[in-house]
Design a protein around this ligand. Structure first.
Ligand SMILES: *Cc1c(COP(=O)(O)O)cnc(C)c1O
Length: 228
């Protein structure tokens, strides 16, 4: 197993680098966020032994469950899944970053608990770029107002935007989602918001995301194998 994980990690790094070159971008423009959801503490430990220390998870309970046995491993847990407001307190306690900030009540709750913890947190705003009803995220047209409102929350440092593209074999439709997020960032910058990061692209679509300007790809199955 050890050899297998190391080999898949290396292969993903090479594929991401190739996608950067194909897109005419520098290889170190794009960070890989390994997504460990559903995988156990043993797998995370193995990834740590490869030098990885920042992992994406989509459930708060799962971060809490893994953070305890892995305390001391120097891991930054990144929340990438839909977040209920009543979980904001746990997130403020255990997560290093939230990429799924998508509504005012959640921002207010997170800020309140972070203040209580005496810390600040980087966050990305999740934007809904796909028409699928199953996808979460702030509506594109609500982004400017939401960005303005964030100045009230001194514990939340907005660094960029995140999205999930439509699940489709149609590359043009997938690219449209990624392009929409990149356009959102350009408009935000034109409006004076200093945001850099675009978290977009997963195992099945990271090449298209990198072509559209992704700065961070969230990769689970291509690194850790298929989930149950
Ligand atoms: C699971 C997940 C990923 C990774 O998906 P893979 O297809 O396994 O690479 C990325 N982003 C989010 C929000 C996820 O929940």
């Amino acid at each position: 197993m050890t050899g297998a994980l190391a080999a898949r990690w290396q292969a993903v790094r090479e594929r991401v680098a190739q996608a950067c070159v194909q897109a005419g971008r520098a290889v170190d423009d794009v960070t890989i966020l390994p997504v460990t959801k559903t995988f156990g503490v043993d797998v995370v430990e193995e990834a740590v032994s490869l030098g990885l220390h920042r992992f994406g998870e989509n459930k708060v309970q799962e971060i809490v469950a893994k953070a305890t046995p892995l305390a001391g491993a120097g891991i930054d847990w990144v929340m990438i899944g839909h977040l209920q407001t009543n979980k904001a307190r746990d997130v403020a306690r255990v997560a290093a970053e939230v990429q799924s900030l998508d509504r005012p009540e959640l921002a207010a709750a997170l800020d309140r608990y972070l203040q209580a913890e005496g810390r600040a947190m980087d966050c990305l705003i999740q934007v809904k770029t796909s028409p699928e009803p199953s996808k979460y995220g702030l509506a594109v047209e609500d982004l400017p107002g939401f960005l303005r409102s964030m100045s009230a929350y001194s514990s939340l440092r907005v660094r960029g935007l995140m999205t999930l593209a439509i699940a489709s074999d149609n590359e043009a439709d997938v690219r449209t989602c990624f392009r929409t997020l990149a356009e959102c960032r350009e408009r935000a910058r034109d409006g004076g918001f200093a945001i850099d990061r675009l978290s977009m692209g997963m195992s099945g679509d990271f090449g298209l995301a990198i072509a559209e300007g992704s700065t961070e790809v969230r990769i689970g199955s291509a690194i850790f194998g298929s989930r149950g």
